[in-house]
Design a protein around this ligand. Structure first.
Ligand code: GDP
Length: 529
């Protein structure tokens, strides 16, 4: 097998969007092109509706389904495409942020009527900070929406991107006639037939040709010509390097539901999207074509079956090949582990695989060895960086409600934190445990899972914290730092990795602390590089 060729044919990416913009629908249509599924409806919708926040069935449903849809792989035109699932619901945003450390590029889906929404802003910001190449897909063109140019403006302003349209809509909503593909120079007429698998396109290299009138009518032809003139006047030409280094974002228009404009998006995507890229470890930059295997855990998923309390750790392969039954170094534990049944993912199935390549995701059965961010290698001591922890939004004390089950509770909390369900802070002063989460939903998930998987019961108690800030100092023996530790003792805790965290109880106290102790750096994220 040609190692380099295998790397070059892989495309590992995530689709990000605000809930309801059409991520699930688009994923489903992309899978159709791979022939990976027979019909739409195979990708189950894994979002949680707000109204269902107290419904445990919903929680279970979410957990169950996201295993299946965590990675969806398919082959299209000889490219091996790995789509990583990124939950849109904001309570699962951390999960999405972590997944973004494992993608080589992303597609951003935007609803033509709603424009740029809140979750999109947050997720794109993370991609922008990491210079991840992005393609924008403006969806639901079969509906009445915002003017295309206004929308492009909005995308640039709200998301801080520099776009260049590679397709352009002809009409919209009721008058939606189709799309002019600037990248391929052809026209795709809209029939509104969602069943079609592959649309027919009409090659159109010269849009001045009178043929255009025959195809889309006089007024639409004139409008399209005007619009394309404006596009070429206002937007820069597509620049491959700028796309790859994250400074230019091509835009496509379409309707996922009608499978319209999706083929164009996919064809361009496999052309331009990057193959697996080099990744920074604490020790050095690791190229994807190095022969020695290395990879990192970006997601851990608990098994649905309470009788088998094992978990699936998802590893992104950065370099080399990952082979079944070969011993690999678990760097944090400094011990070798072998895996007899690594899972690969195809469409919505998983199967045991003998060899995987950079860009691929393998799922490893785990009985508690892994936590998010762990690195596996052939033997070299590497630690991949950049799995971020964000300051949680909610904080509560966690108390043991069944004194006979203290051990189970401790183990349960430990493992759930390793999975990244929430963050644990242990107060320096009295050792009390505080759980910090991004969304209130996680408290229910934790309580439920502690009881059902570990047989432990917990209660919560409010703990008014405004923000958790990771503390950094150049010199731990500095007088100012010593004073900070003494004065703020009540508000200091350690996170799971033993890093010092300051729990500010208000914006005001945070500001005062920053002013009073300028040599102490307070960060809202840990490890965002
Ligand atoms: P997600 O939350 O981003 O995964 O969004 P979904 O894929 O579940 O889509 C949300 C809703 O928008 C669903 O009812 C879809 O049927 C609908 N939808 C998706 N794409 C289109 C489209 O191109 N046109 C129209 N009219 N509706 C769409």
């Amino acid at each position: 097998m040609d190692f380099e060729k295998e790397i070059a044919r892989r495309r590992t990416f995530g689709i990000i969007s605000h809930p309801d913009a059409g991520k699930t629908t688009l994923t489903e249509k992309l899978l159709l092109f791979g022939g990976a599924i027979q019909e739409a409806g195979a990708v189950k919708n894994n979002k949680i509706k707000k109204s269902a926040t107290s419904d445990f069935m919903e929680i279970e449903r979410q957990r169950g389904i996201s295993v299946a849809t965590s990675v969806l792989a398919f082959i299209y035109k000889d490219k091996k495409i790995n789509i990583l699932d990124t939950p849109g619901h904001k309570d699962f945003a951390e999960d999405t942020f972590r997944t973004l450390t494992a993608v080589d590029s992303v597609i951003v889906v935007i609803d033509v009527a709603k424009g740029v929404e809140e979750q999109t802003e947050k997720l794109v910001e993370v991609c922008r900070m990491r210079n991840i190449p992005m393609i924008v897909f403006i969806n639901k063109l079969d509906r009445e929406g915002k003017d295309a140019f206004d929308l492009l403006d909005e995308v640039e302003q709200k998301l801080g991107l520099s776009v260049t349209p590679l397709s352009f809509p002809i009409g919209m909503g009721f008058d939606f006639k189709g799309i002019y593909n600037i990248y391929e120079k052809n026209i795709n007429l809209f029939s509104g037939n969602s069943k079609q698998n592959i649309e027919e396109t009409i090659a159109f290299t010269d849009i001045e040709s009178l043929e255009l009138e025959n195809i889309i009518g006089e007024s639409a032809a004139a409008e399209l010509r005007d619009n394309l003139e404006l596009v070429s006047g206002v937007y820069p030409e597509f620049d491959m390097n700028a796309y790859l280094n994250g400074t230019q974002q091509p835009v496509f228009f379409g309707s996922a539901l009608n499978n319209f404009g999706v083929r164009e998006l996919l064809d361009c995507f496999i052309d331009i999207a990057p193959a697996p890229r080099a990744k920074m470890a604490e020790e050095r930059l690791v190229e994807s074509d190095e022969k020695d295997f290395s990879g990192f855990v970006f997601k851990i998923h608990a098994n649905m079956d309470p009788k088998h309390r094992d978990r699936l750790a998802f590893i992104k392969i950065v370099s080399g090949t990952f082979e079944r039954n070969k011993p690999y170094l678990h760097v944090r534990h400094d011990k070798k582990l072998k895996f007899s049944s690594p899972n690969a993912f195809f469409a919505e199935k998983k199967e045991i695989v003998d060899i995987s390549f950079p860009g691929d995701i393998v799922g490893l059965h785990d009985t508690g060895n892994f936590k998010i961010g762990d690195t596996l290698t052939n033997g070299e001591k590497l630690n991949y960086r950049g799995i971020p922890s964000f300051s949680p939004e909610h904080f509560r004390y966690i108390n043991n409600a069944d004194p006979m089950k203290a051990k189970q509770l401790g183990k349960g909390i430990d493992q759930l934190m390793d999975e990244g369900v929430a963050q644990l802070f242990t107060l320096e002063m009295n050792g009390r445990k505080v759980i910090g989460t991004v969304g209130a939903l996680q408290y229910e998930v934790i309580q439920y899972r502690l009881e059902h998987e570990y047989g432990a019961k917990c209660t919560y108690e409010n703990f008014p914290v405004y923000k958790a800030c990771w503390v950094e100092v150049d010199d731990p023996n500095h007088e100012e730092f010593k004073e900070f530790k003494r004065v703020k003792q009540k508000f200091l805790a350690q996170d799971k990795r033993g890093q010092l965290v300051f729990l500010a109880d208000s914006a005001f106290s945070l500001q005062m602390t920053q002013q009073k102790y300028p040599s102490v750096t307070l960060r809202f994220t840990s490890e965002l590089t």
